[in-house]
Design a protein around this ligand. Sequence first.
Ligand SMILES: [Zn+2]
Length: 365
Amino acid sequence: MYHDLSYDMEYRKMKRTLVERLDQGPVICAEGFLFEVEKRGYLASGEFVPMVSLEHPEALENLHKDFQHAGSDIVEAFTYNGHREKMRVIGKEELLEPLNRAALKIAKKVADNPLDGGEPNLMAGNISNSNIWKEGDNESKIEVHKMFNEMVEWAVDEGADMLIGETFYYAEEAYTALDIIQKAGLPSVITIAPMGVNAMMDGVSVLDTMKELEQRGADVVGMNCFRGPETMMPYLREARKILKCHMGALPIPFRTSKDHPTFFNLPDDDSCTCPAPHGRTFPTALDPLYCNRYEIQEFAKEASKLGINYLGVCCGATPMHIREVAEAAGLTVPASKYREKMENHFMYGSNERIAEHMQEFGDKA
Ligand SMILES: [Zn+2]
């Protein structure tokens, strides 16, 4: 097949690196695909294995396109939990590499086809909490090393522009992820997810972990998942005072609080008549605990003002949340065309065509 090299060079020139983009302003990254794909009907809750890249590739491609339309500049390959250990749990280890490669190829395809035909998005490979990392257990650490290595290798092979290591609750596991990403030579994003004890599980403080990640040369250091705006922002404020590197902030859109810092133990005290059979709101009965879009907007506005340029939303995120974050950071995205227009509402609108008697119904409706 004829290959036009000059086109290739043009194309590469047009595509800025992650750090170039962050130096110039906000960069949006949609995450939290497990929850959204589950809601769309292509993944089992609880088990949470992203088989969707093999079983319903079109559904995954559509999801990426929806987030791209909402303003995501990064298309993150959906390989979260698509690691060797999880595949062993479900007895499908032989599908590990095909799953990873399929997810990476789908992400690449969407990233290479931006909606406006302009600068391509960045495709990100992904590694995350292994769930087997154990303090004082060298064997588990060697195993995690292998797991990360093979996933990073596949991501590089499939043309990733950057690598995201996320949702780490052990400091040392996060450092290990960073080390492996750096050896691959791609830009690195490392975001941590401290559990309810408000420190990393190996005893390192949240701030010290972020400081160490910066010291070790991560391009972006920050937090993702587990925590909503209320319990993530205090750490970000403190970290921003200390860190000089680019920072990332990707909370979950749920109302976590001082008493319940993460979504794992969030109670539903709001007249729930039918609690989940497994006894907790996580992960299938969190719906009434959602932040509204204005709360997400406020979070993103403050983060942006603090100079945190890598922004997104994790588990629970819908394209609407990503649009809110992008707009809060001052961007106009394709989905901005459909931002709320209450002025034309049939009862609450201010448009002169709205009938007066309908406006009067408003409070009784
Ligand atoms: Zn998440």
